[in-house]
Design a protein around this ligand. Sequence first.
Ligand code: FAD
Length: 534
Amino acid sequence: MTVDGAGKQRTNDPGKTKRVVVVGGGTAGWMTASYLVAAFGERIDVTVVESARVGTIGVGEATFSDIRHFFEFLKLSESDWMPACNATYKLAVRFENWREPGHHFYHPFEQLGSVDGFPLSDWWLRNPTTSRFDKDCFVMASLCDAERSPRYLDGKLIDQGFVEQQRDETTARSTIVEYQGTQFPYAYHFEAALLAKFLTTYSTDRGVRHIVDDVTDVVLDEDGYIGHVQTAEHGRLEGDLFVDCTGFRALLLNKALEEPFVSYQDTLPNDSAVALQVPLDMDREPLRPCTTATAQEAGWIWTIPLISRIGTGYVYSADYTTPEEAERTLREFVGPAAQDVEANHIKMRIGRSRRSWVKNCVGIGLSSGFVEPLESTGIFFIHHAIEQIVKYFPAGRDDHRLRDLYNESIAHVQDGVREFLVLHYVGAKRADNQYWKDTKTRTIPDTLAERIENWKYKVPDAQTVFPHYHGLPPYSYNCILLGTGGIEVRHSPALDMADDRAAIAEFERIRLKAEKLVAELPTQNEYFAAMRAG
Ligand code: FAD
């Protein structure tokens, strides 16, 4: 045992992974450091080095419902971190104009029900109750339209300890249904910079060393492993495991270790974005409980409502518009509120590192991979990666199997999400200009092409979607297929001969439940106004 300059005890046990150096202090760097310290405490030694000169990407504020497990793992309640990050609730992604102007649909965080073994989407195709698939099949779509919070003013969650009596009119039987707190999962919107700041304090309070400096060199040892990184002012930082969180630069993984980058550009052509942070007056403007993705001439615009401001940006393909034109479109879309706001132009690297873990270096965040932010999967990739790195944490350099398993899991997640995003474009009914026409003729992953053929005859289920874990269940594919409307999908022939009374009753139950919740719940504005008033 030795004691370092900071008075901290360190174990000398050659060959064991103990010292972790995280390079980069964006969302990926700080989520990684805080997760590692929550998992291993002071039994490992974590250092984060971040540059004061190179900024973070400055976007990435909408999440996926799994993010709740990240905060739970850190033992943080919503009241611990949400106010510090100007966070709001997100119940869904709202897609506007993907089918035709004026049309919208939701991809909610809510499981799709089934009746007699057939998903509700299938029943809906056979006999649509209304023209809104999302509203007929999910409670959340009505809550989003009415801008409701998922919590009551006393803080109680809609599904917490929720007990409901269901009466089946066909058999006159009543059933008591108790929800376990997972019927309506939700996610968050937050200010990325504030979250990184919050997690910096969380991590350093628990022993993580924080160095603000530039990494100027990555030095390999005789085996080609990273021996140390050289900093401008703090000398060399040695470690057993290096985590590359340097964003699109991927200084360690792609530059120093020369791991190739596999581009997804042929299937997902949006390669640029322009972003604005628009002030918002919460007392006057609605805080929609969803991220909105509004289709545009050469891509789409995201709108993310936070307590303090709206985060918005235009994701586009540089083959179809220019940065100046994209900025003009975004400013027109936002209106006068955008007048004095500076635009952030971003070039995106779409694809993934062939392997994310190479030798003693793991890339997490944008260095590992990125698909455009259409379904807010960037932070989900980070969360998934840090869960896996804990699961496959190496004992030492020889753990090739763990590395391979980790890399397989990361590749599956990113490839699976790519397929899901491509479906949005192939499925979008609009084809009113060259950009949208080309989305129907561009190369798509072979496996997706085959799946789409199947889905024309049978709505997506566990057997026909991407077969490896990638965070997106079959119901998500149902939402996008039926919402975007460009691919003709038919119902199962068996339903023509089936008794549909239970399905009709289920649609009615969803309608009544949505009506009741909309009447009872506060709007998201009312909820956060009450929280702020204490
Ligand atoms: P960065 O934020 O780029 O951080 C890089 C870090 O590396 C910085 O701290 C920098 O100082 C440091 N660094 C770089 N070079 C050096 C050096 N030489 N020495 C020391 N430090 C160095 N994800 C979502 O989940 N939801 C979204 O809504 C979403 N929207 C997005 C919109 C756009 C347009 C883009 C491009 C991405 C979006 N993402 C989104 C992805 C999300 O932004 C990222 O996954 C997330 O911010 C993680 O970024 P990062 O930490 O990997 O990189």
